[in-house]
Design a protein around this ligand. Structure first.
Ligand code: GDP
Ligand code: IMO
Ligand code: MG
Length: 411
């Protein structure tokens, strides 16, 4: 039980405040021990949430990062776009780790199925955009095209799993050919569905009813945000964003949970900043400094293995994310990555399209594994207190390493 254990009936959410990969998965894994239900609401296998437990690394794509806690019910919400072979792969990996997730996995019948052809469309659209230098740098996991189909009301939902959808697919074939030059491989799609149905058919259910029963029974629900606020389709750095609503509002919508039951929303931000794919990044750095942050922070995409762009923390971004999500507190992650820096710049405001930087003196000593705030070097404490003061939000969790235990929890 953590020092900040939730009371009965709590609904808590973890939401990224930057451009993703802040370390949401690690916090979810840490908190999940004290929750009865862990739910993903939106997005798909564009997410890559890495956790390290007992030195072993697990990467979650569609399943929430609370799966290692064997008591928790796992929900994939209606706002998600689900690539079934990826889900089966994840389930198999967990089985190899001795965890059979299927009996406690519930998938919304309203979630959309993401097909192979969505991934192919994603590739075609990126190629087209790259001709004018406007490619987004998507994960090419078919996310945009799956949400395009959903919005166009031509998507196929999880409720169809186990049914014959050859007619629906046949109707798509012409479009795919004429719009994107893609030949639909219906046989492969149907085979994948068949394989998934054999394992997952009983998991598909009305998760609205289920979640509301849980809430009435006083169960504690933990919501794992995917992607992050600056990648939100409405409030992010459009058009260099993902195709879903990644904020707390999107998470509630994606699960069908009413705002009035929501408890704390925890904002997660790195002590510096990264971004994968194209788009503005005011505090981005290049050269040796970027290399150092990338290597020390292991800043390579957990999905695409692409090197992440690296830079410094930007307080106005954190403030904006906090405004949108109403964060109760922060989890500032990866403080230990800054251990070797002589100077730590932080963007404090934006003037004429540029970030105004304030320099903090580096602490030049290892913070890895520290679990008490007062054991941090003074300069590191100052940085954390500065973030709290400038955003008006307390920093309750501080990441000091990849491992589950490498976290400072302040009450
Ligand atoms: P997510 O998408 O927000 O869950 O984050 P990712 O898993 O994509 O990326 C975060 C990476 O940082 C993962 O490799 C984590 O294991 C790692 N990580 C998380 N918190 C910390 C921390 O406090 N210190 C260090 N060094 N690594 C961390
Ligand atoms: P987690 O949950 C980092 C980025 C992509 C690209 C843009 C659009 O691990 O934090 P998409 O494939 O969604 O159409 O790509 O969004 N992106 C992420 N970046 N972390 C993520 O998820 C991301 N999900 C999408 O790199 O710039
Ligand atoms: Mg990630």
């Amino acid at each position: 039980m953590s020092p900040l254990a939730p009371s009965s009936g709590s609904v808590t959410a973890v939401i990224g405040a930057q451009w993703g990969d802040e370390g949401k998965g690690k916090l979810i894994d840490l908190l999940a021990e004290d929750y009865d239900v862990v739910a993903r609401a939106c997005g798909g296998a564009n997410a890559g949430h890495t956790i390290v437990v007992g030195g072993k690394k697990h990467v979650f794509r569609l399943l929430p990062s609370g799966c290692l806690h064997t008591h928790a019910e796992i929900i994939l919400g209606a706002g998600m776009v689900i690539h079934l072979p990826t889900l089966l792969e994840e389930i198999a990996l967990l089985r190899d780790a001795g965890i059979d997730i299927v009996p406690r996995l519930r998938i919304s019948c309203e979630a959309h199925i993401l097909f192979e052809f969505h991934k192919e469309i994603d590739g075609v659209l990126e190629e087209r955009r790259s001709k004018t230098g406007t490619d987004i740098g998507t994960t090419r996991r078919g996310i945009g095209p799956a949400y395009m189909d959903k919005a166009a009301r031509m998507g196929i939902r999880m409720e169809r799993l186990g049914h014959d959808i050859s007619e629906e697919l046949r109707k798509r074939a012409h479009d795919l050919q004429t719009c994107y030059g893609i030949t639909l491989n219906a046989k492969r799609e149907l085979k994948q569905l068949h394989e998934a149905a054999a394992i997952l058919k009983d998991c598909v259910t009305d998760t609205i009813d289920l979640l509301h029963e849980h809430m009435q029974a006083g169960k504690r629900i933990l919501i794992e945000g995917a992607q992050a606020t600056l990648l939100d389709i409405d409030h992010g750095t459009y058009p260099y964003v993902t195709s879903s609503s990644t904020t707390i509002a999107g998470a509630l919508q994606g699960l069908g949970i009413p705002p009035k039951v929501l408890g704390d929303v925890i904002g997660v931000a790195k002590a510096y900043c990264t971004r994968v794919g194209a788009g503005d990044f005011l505090t981005e750095v290049q050269g040796e400094t970027a290399e150092r942050l990338r290597e020390r922070g292991g800043e390579y995409g957990s999905v695409t293995k692409r090197p992440r762009r690296c830079g410094w923390l930007h307080i106005p971004d954190l403030r904006r994310s906090a405004m949108i999500n109403g964060f109760a507190c922060w989890n500032i992650t990866k403080l230990d990555v800054l251990d070797t820096e002589t100077v730590i710049p932080v963007g404090t405001e934006e003037k004429n399209g540029k970030a105004v930087m304030k320099e903090f003196v580096g602490w030049k000593t290892a913070t890895v594994g520290i679990t008490a705030f007062d054991q941090l070097p003074k300069q590191a404490q100052e940085l954390i207190l500065f973030i709290a003061k400038e955003t008006g939000i307390p920093v309750r969790y501080i990441g000091t390493g990849q491992g589950r235990e490498e976290m400072i929890v302040r009450s």
